[in-house]
Design a binder for this molecule. Structure first.
Ligand code: GDG
Length: 729
């Protein structure tokens, strides 16, 4: 099989295999995802779907596996075979017994078992191998759902240039819930291997971004996260439905027949419909409780309404699900026994998979759809019900805990924990005038018919390619081996060389601010700087924001030029000298503001320099830092309005210093003194931009990191800077 350009990966394939009487049976699902993928356009022979065929490999002979592989290939699918133990630990275990409950806010049901986790890692690695085997190096891979959250990063290692998208079909919980997960950091890192991470609604994206920030300490800018040389985009893509399939099905012979049967049976009754997988997240018990209260409070509706409750079998071998099923069945028979009569059964309960025509007929006939999930990533049934209401009126009652509620504002919203609100919603729905019903349906239909599942998938793929392109553009200035070779060549042939190097974030990675002594240069770095400084006709200057004491302690026995506090102190040759500026007059006032803030801000630290005061917030919880910094800056700006001091925001610091002191001034001084024909300036933050701006066009200015810069070139890490400097020696 040739290498593929477009690969879809999900735990389950759109084809399920089972064995009946020793024979393999194939069942194709016509689910939304399958439709979405087939509508993606392009050459279908270049597209494959990789996933588990739904049967444990222990039940298969080698010949079965060969037969399955061959048959699935013909259907554009590639099987990943999982053993019974993997199905237990990875699928029922980590995916459905840890992630599913936790991500749906059922934290007390989530099981943390290390053997689940190990299996989850192993199966994700098995999927990686399968994808790697079939992917072209430039392939586009779209990974689906919570079973495969480690796969993006695993794949990134083997497909560094691949375009990798990930979509989560369930909610992403708030940080407060997500942080309970023992393997939270690995899961986040796993996801960040993708170029685009999609969620149903913006709240889930926001929760994800906040977890990335608080657990990994990685910030984002408007949903873009920079990881090394890559940018990961995070956004909301509310999944739609195959709208026209539901509209068309209304006229199918099968459906018309089914509608007829329902019409006869419920001739003079209002039908309330609920339909979901039998899962604790769907709020089925609360719904029954509410229906009972409704009957209690509204005797006039007795014999006039029926609740048709379809519960689709799901995870039937799991204990929690068995218990829930028992509970539901008990409650249904209690209500039917207590309120029913010989000629009326209040609830018609179906625990089964229904054929499509019956589903459509139920949607068409139901006067009210009652959907009460306690949490739901999206809830497609709500959208399908609206789409099917082409000829008849109908009212949707929808839980505000379902992702779909954002797109369906005309529905009656309920809080599924507030039984009273459900009872009231039922009363309102059953009384709603036909005209209002039709108007509401129309505006929801307009929206759903536009952002269909087909549009959803093409939108995701378009955005995925756009993110990849933006990444390539962003990387335009990144130094290539050719440019690096050119820098080395010019350095070697120059008569006089000047190297202007920032320290923190350029020659040394950042360390937590309460341990500045840890930022001390390691011996290898000192050796490198010494070698550079001892080269003939070469002047090396370290221009740092640090106080002169630190620079003196670290570098005094190397023949360097030093600039401390961004140039307020300079030691070009011999002695330190200072700029004719001062903070003195305002120091006390500024300090008192900073101290007042620090008292209320755990983790904050104030640094006093000769010519500057610095507020460090690297160790302050992010949201708190955000709130404090905004008002601190406002207060400082007020205080310093008519002075020659400025308030700057740097890398996790706010610094107050004289306006005329900056690295550009130091660079100009040194260029005037040394008249070099080779100049290299390297730095990582906004204070280095002042230096980049004054360097001549033919100088090599390099920013460490991918943000916007006026430097000519960029590198992605401190290690890359050191690599280049080593080449110069
Ligand atoms: C997950 C997320 C998210 C229902 N009864 C039968 C049947 N169905 C179909 C419905 C609908 C689908 O199953 C159920 O989709 P939901 O969205 O309601 O719920 P989940 O299965 O939990 O799906 C969810 C979704 O992923 C998509 O991203 O919306 O939040 O939990 O299409 O029509 N299908 C058949 N027989 C039935 O009896 N064949």
């Amino acid at each position: 099989m040739p290498k593929q350009r477009f690969i879809i990966v999900s735990n389950r394939l759109p084809v399920s295999v089972s064995k009946e009487g020793g024979k393999l049976v194939y069942e194709t699902s016509s689910g939304g995802l399958a439709t979405a993928m087939s509508s993606l356009g392009g050459d279908s022979s270049e597209r494959v779907w990789i996933g588990w065929p739904g049967i444990p490999s222990d039940e298969l002979t080698p010949a079965d596996k060969t037969a399955i592989t061959r048959k699935l290939r013909g259907l554009g699918c590639i099987p990943v075979f999982l053993t019974k133990q993997q199905v237990d630990n990875f699928y029922h275990g980590y995916a459905n017994d840890t992630i599913w409950p936790l991500f749906h806010y059922f934290q007390s049901l989530a099981k943390y078992d290390n053997s689940y986790w190990l299996s989850y890692e192993a199966v994700n690695a098995q999927f990686k191998k399968a994808v790697a085997r079939h992917a072209d190096p430039q392939a586009t891979v779209w990974i689906h759902d919570y079973h495969l959250m480690l796969l993006p990063q695993m794949l990134r290692k083997v497909l560094p240039d691949g375009t990798i998208g990930f979509f989560l079909h369930i909610p992403f919980p708030s940080y407060e819930i997500f942080r309970l997960l023992p393997n939270r950091a690995q899961i986040l890192k796993g996801l960040l291997g993708a170029d685009l991470i999609g969620f149903h609604v913006y709240d889930y994206a926001r929760h994800f971004l906040s977890s990335v920030l608080r657990i990994l300490g990685v910030e984002n800018s408007h949903g873009s996260i920079t990881i090394g040389s890559r940018i990961v985009k995070v956004d909301a893509f509310p999944i739609g439905i195959d709208y026209s399939r539901f509209v068309t099905a209304l006229n199918d012979e099968e459906t018309v027949k089914e509608v007829g049967i329902l019409e006869d049976h419920y001739r003079d009754k209002k039908v309330i419909l609920s339909m979901d997988r039998l899962d604790y997240s769907k709020g089925i018990m609360k719904r029954l409780e509410a229906f009972e209260q409704f009957l209690q409070k509204n005797p006039k509706f007795h014999k006039k309404v029926t609740l048709i409750m379809v519960a689709v079998p799901s995870r039937t071998e799991v204990e929690t699900y068995k218990e829930l099923r028992d509970e539901i069945e008990k409650s249904v028979s209690h209500i039917n026994g207590a309120y029913g009569s010989v000629d009326w059964t209040p609830i018609s309960y179906q625990f089964k998979n229904l054929p499509f025509a019956q589903i459509v007929a139920l949607f068409a006939r139901a006067d009210v759809a009652l959907l009460t999930p306690l949490r739901d990533g999206m809830n497609l049934v709500a959208k399908e019900y609206i789409a099917t209401k082409q000829q008849r009126p109908g009212v949707l009652i929808l839980s505000e805990m379902a992702g779909a509620v954002d797109e369906l504002p005309e529905a009656i919203r309920i809080n599924p924990n507030d039984i009273n609100s459900i009872v009231q919603a039922l009363q309102t729905a059953l009384k709603m005038p036909r005209k209002t019903q039709l108007e509401n349906l129309k505006s929801m239909q307009r929206r759903l018919s536009r952002y269909t599942v087909q549009r959803w998938s093409s939108d995701f793929i378009e955005q995925l390619h756009a993110s990849k392109q933006a990444q390539t553009r962003k990387g335009d200035k990144v130094i290539t081996p050719e440019i690096e070779a050119k820098i080395v060549r010019q350095f070697k042939k120059a008569k006089k060389r000047l190297l202007l190097l920032d320290y923190d974030g350029t020659l040394r990675g950042f360390v937590p601010s309460h341990t500045p002594h840890l930022a001390k240069p390691p011996a290898s770095l000192l050796r490198l700087i010494r070698t550079l400084a001892n080269l003939p006709n070469t002047k090396v200057c370290i221009i740092s924001g640090r106080p002169r004491k630190a620079l003196t302690a670290w570098f005094s026995d190397i023949p360097l030029s030093l600039a401390a506090e961004h140039g307020a102190w300079m030691k070009y040759d011999g002695e330190w000298s200072q700029q004719p500026v001062s903070l003195h007059e305002h120091r006390k006032d500024i300090l008192s503001v900073l101290e007042h803030y620090a008292e209320r801000t755990p983790g904050a630290r104030i640094e006093q320099k000769d010519f500057a005061l610095v507020w460090h917030y690297r160790n302050v919880p992010t949201e708190l830092a955000h709130a404090r910094n905004a008002s601190l800056r406002y207060e400082l700006n007020q205080l310093l309005a008519n002075t020659d001091l400025v308030v700057h925001k740097g890398a996790k610091i706010i610094e107050i210093k004289p306006r005329s002191v900056h690295k550009g001034m130091v660079a100009e001084d040194l260029m005037a003194i040394h008249k070099a024909d080779f100049i290299l300036g390297v730095g990582d933050d906004y204070t280095d931009e002042d230096m980049f701006r004054v360097l001549p066009d033919d100088a090599f200015s390099i920013k460490v990191g991918l943000g916007d810069t006026s430097a000519r070139f960029q590198v992605t890490s401190v290690e890359k800077v050191l690599q280049l400097l080593r080449k110069l020696t």
